[in-house]
Design a protein around this ligand. Structure first.
Ligand SMILES: Nc1ncnc2c1ncn2[C@@H]1O[C@H](COP(=O)(O)OP(=O)(O)OP(=O)(O)O)[C@@H](O)[C@H]1O
Ligand SMILES: [Mg+2]
Length: 171
């Protein structure tokens, strides 16, 4: 497990860059967290880092957006908040062999219709910023976490969030 405090959107973007740089050839990522926790912000930074230049819209109503990654296949960004039943996923024709990255917001609503995650990302409000936790869901995900741990960006830029920062009101 890795955990950091993200004081602002720039820090979220930095994590998105690291995740894009270190991800395996085929990665299934679940993005957990309440409304406004920063899931789409992270997904957008990640897709940009993979070279997506056009508009990156939240798949709030479409459930899924597809992004070509050139010769590296494609990425899928899902937001299942408004899915009526997991069975709806079958109609989206998602299990394409070309898919290199799945970014899934509100994955619990997909039930068993989703593949198993390599990485679970948990976001929550933390002061004015966000708290982020990364958990491996597969051996591939564990190797990935090891790579992330070696990233200089993580040690130089991100502040570990082992414990909650004391609040002025705690004094
Ligand atoms: N590290 C951060 N610090 C401060 N604000 C942030 C951070 N990351 C994201 N935000 C802000 O949080 C707001 C909501 O972000 P976002 O839309 O990514 O949430 P979400 O988790 O995708 O929500 P939803 O479940 O509704 O899709 C945005 O205004 C964004 O700028
Ligand atoms: Mg979102």
């Amino acid at each position: 497990m890795m955990r950091w405090h993200l004081p602002d959107v720039a820090a979220t973007d930095a994590v998105g860059n690291v995740l894009a740089d270190t991800q395996p050839d085929r990665a299934i990522v679940f993005l957990h967290g309440d409304l406004g926790a920063g899931k789409s912000t992270l997904a957008r930074a990640w897709l940009r880092a993979l070279g997506v230049t056009g508009a990156i819209r939240s798949p709030t109503y479409t459930l899924v957006e597809h992004y070509p990654l050139g010769e590296r296949g494609m990425a899928l960004h899902l937001d299942l908040y408004r899915i009526a039943a997991p069975g709806e996923l079958e109609f989206l024709a998602l299990d394409d062999a070309d898919v290199r990255l799945w970014l899934v917001e509100w994955p619990d609503r997909g039930g068993d219709a989703l593949p198993k995650a390599d990485l679970d990302v948990w976001l929550e409000l933390d002061d004015d910023g966000r708290d982020i936790r990364l958990l491996a869901g597969s051996p591939t995900g564990q190797e990935w976490l090891d790579r992330i741990g070696q990233s200089p960006v993580c040690s130089a830029f991100l502040r570990p969030n082992d414990r909650k920062v004391p609040q002025p009101s705690d004094k």
